[in-house]
Design a protein around this ligand. Structure first.
Ligand SMILES: [Zn+2]
Length: 95
């Protein structure tokens, strides 16, 4: 299994923004009309599934969160603080 790629804040922000839009649409009852997942930063493929957390327990101690894109299988980690900042940013930007 490949080592996950570390995302910088600049790489993380658009992913978090896309996830936030999806979550918001889901809460509003969008069902199958959800906005798409963000493209994989490595290969540009549009994922059918994006898993977060859990996969890399070793990173838990340094406050890193894992992302796994499926089906391409690329994995990434992001710093917990960057994730929080990106989420707050997405929340402020959203209409
Ligand atoms: Zn990929």
């Amino acid at each position: 299994m490949n080592e996950p790629t570390r995302l910088t804040y600049e790489q993380l922000a658009p992913i978090v923004a896309a996830l936030y839009r999806r979550e918001k649409a889901a809460l509003a009852g969008a069902g199958f009309l959800l906005p798409p997942f963000p493209d994989c930063p490595t290969c540009g493929q549009s994922p059918t599934e994006l898993r977060t957390g859990g996969d890399h327990p070793a990173h838990f101690l340094e406050d890193r969160i894992g992302f796994g894109f499926r089906p391409c299988g690329h994995t990434f980690t992001a710093h917990g603080e960057d994730l929080y900042r990106a989420y707050e940013h997405a929340r402020m930007e959203a209409p």
